[in-house]
Design a protein around this ligand. Sequence first.
Ligand code: GLV
Length: 317
Amino acid sequence: MAPSSPTVLVTRRLPSSVLDMLRAACDVDAHGSTDELDPQTLRERLAGKQGLLCMFNDPIDADTIAAGDGLKVISTVAVGYDNIDVSAATERGIIVTNTPDILTGATAELTWALILAVTRRVGEGDRIIRARGWHGWTFDFLLGGELRGKQLGVVGGGRIGQAVAAVASAFGMEVVFANRSGAGAEGQPVLSLDELLRTSDVVSLHVPLTDATRHLIDRRTLPRMKRSAILINTSRGGVVDDDALAWALEERLIAGAGLDVYEGEPHVHPGLLVCENVCLTPHLGSATRETRTAMAELAARNVVEVLAGRPPLTPVS
Ligand code: GLV
């Protein structure tokens, strides 16, 4: 590292190979813990740094960005960047980057894991066995639903939605999309959100969290779903109004849900915790060794490129 190397703050623990890559080009101030830096400490440690490498659950608001008086790049180890005030960054000429594409496969796999877990009652069965509540095979014990011949409604026509849809034919499912732009559906029908909710057996959400998608699924839209349908969310907490979902499940307005993301994580709505027909995972969408390593590497490369005066590999806009 040259004496005049740019300085970078890393907000959480990262693989040592990735830190080594950063250290070869930058002077790195790494918070070596998985815990969040409190806002005051984050701002203090950001002062004078040129780079910030953060996670999706680090709130990077306008005040934090202002505290980073030397910042040139904010690089998040995530595809979603709703935690970053991108306009505040852009106004200050700071480049924001994310890690799209490389987590598409892992997130689509987890989406299917949840679809299968809910329809075939995997979580319920596991809980019964662990509670020593299984007393032998019976003909109609824990019957689930079958996917063959059913309709998968994918909300959002981006990379992850398309990757989820690509698997549907293997299970004999028809796919429809609801997607404002109508793009990304590759010949499959694009319906209005209302029509998709009214006709789909599995509704899977794949939209970013924005002002337009916050509480897209709420007390108004949930009753439009079939009573036999299930809702899957591997996108962002906040796209679903969790209080409304707990109500809809309790009232049996829908048959079940598979959730990887929640409003106010790691808090989970108490009404969801008591529903047997809900499978809950702790924000694991991209959580494979391969994908998480690739995400951290890409985020680090984005920092290095920008601080070397070159264009980033994956800017957010
Ligand atoms: C994780 O949630 C991500 O956006 O990558």
